[in-house]
Each structure stands twice: as structure tokens, then as C-alpha cells.
Design a protein around this ligand. Sequence first.
Ligand code: GLP
Length: 260
Amino acid sequence: MEIVVLDDPRACGRAVADAVAEALARDTGPPVTLGLATGSSPLPAYTELVRRHRDEGLSFAGARAFLLDEYLGLPAGHPQSYREVIRRELTDHLDIDPAAVHAPDGTRADPEAAAADYERLLAASGPVDLQILGIGGNGHIGFNEPGSPFGSRTRVTTLTARTRADNARFFTRPADVPHRVLTQGLATITGARRIVLVATGESKRAAVAATVAGPVTTAVPATVLRDHPHCTLVLDRAAAGPDRAGLVAAGQVGTPGRGR
Ligand code: GLP
């Protein structure tokens, strides 16, 4: 696991955007497939990608994208549904075909069938070239909460009280945060060729330390990434914490894209 420590969230955003640009530069074979995360951590990267598209001609034409997860029970078009968030924050401002941006369908009457369909669609599309991830304060990735099996696939699951509380800031009232969600499983996520996890701010420090240096355990879902052949953690100084040396010892600190 490669670890990159940068000054601040904007620098992290530029590093993640570099990884996306690198993935897009592969111009042979099937369409480039991006895995997109929501939450606030990737937003500086999305702002930077929109800027590069507008000012530098970075093109997403021909690429396709898959979201990690979605709330269940929000009506189609709800501003906090992840499909809407990613449209508003990113894809509406790029030249990607809107029909090539996929999300688990949280509005289906049969969510189990929606999960199975999404997993099938992902499998049929071939591996994700670059998966962007954030991390929850309890070490969750996507909506794979502690205890999620490392072999899990896209499924319906239930949020912990902590994650609902963490995500309450996006909703009018805390009670409005859905309890149930659809998420790619941990085995689905780690099927990506390359993974870049971005974590910023002091509130992520404990989860980052556990991910990098703690035991590999389903109690910290992000530790599944330790076995991935090409995973980079992009951290700001606040998320890395004063014990940067501990992270250095546990991982490989370097610059993004410089290898594994
Ligand atoms: C949600 C998302 C995750 C995200 C996490 C952290 O639970 N499902 O994909 O990583 O929030 O969000 P933030 O980056 O806002 O801290």
C-alpha cells in the first residue's frame, strides 16, 4: 500500500485528479472505467477534474463510471441521493455520456434485485480501471460497515448509528438519513485495477492509522485494501497525524503513481 502525505485537501485533490488523468490516458481497448465515491473527501478532486476539463481539455468522452453506493428509500432526484450528488458535483460539468454513469438503483421496489443487477452490470463491464474511495470515521469504504465480509458483493445493508450521525450534516434533519443502503461489496471494490483512497482532516486519523498499521480485520473494512496490488492512500497532514513516521514504517510513502 503506497502512502502519500500532502499539505492540504486541495493538494490531495490534485493528486487524485492526476491518477484519473493517468487512467484516462489509456486510449486503447475497451472504455476506461472509473469508480466514483461520494462524501466530502473526493470533492476537491472533482473540482480539479472539472477545472482540467474546462481549462485544459481533459476529456471523459468514451469513459464510463460506476458509483460505489446509494441510499435506499430516497425518491428519484432527491438532492442527497448519490446519483444526484455525483451528477451535480462532477458529471454534469464533464463531457462524459450521462448514460455511461451508473449507480445502484435505490428506488427499485426490490432492492435485492437492484443489487444483483448492479453486480452483474459491473462484472459484464470488466474491471474498474481506477476506483476512488473515501473512508468513514469507523473505517468503512463504500457503505461496507465494520463486520462486512471481505468476500462481499453488491448488496443491501444497514448503516451504523455512527455513519448515520456522520452523514446527518447533508440532510435537513438527522432522522432523514436512511437506515438502509445499497453498496458494492468489499470484493467488488477490490476487483478494481487501481484504488486511490483519499482521507483528509483529523477526524479520519484513527481510521487511517488502523487501515495502515492495525491488524487486517473485518472490524476495519478498509484493511481489506492492504492485500490489493495497487492501492494508494492520499492523505493530508491532518489525517496522517503527528505519527507520520508510523505510517511510513507500515506502508510505503511516496508520490502518487510512482509504483506500488
Ligand atoms: C459515506 C460514503 C463513503 C464515504 C464516507 C466518508 O458513508 N458512503 O463512500 O467515504 O461517507 O465521507 P466523507 O468523505 O464526507 O467524510
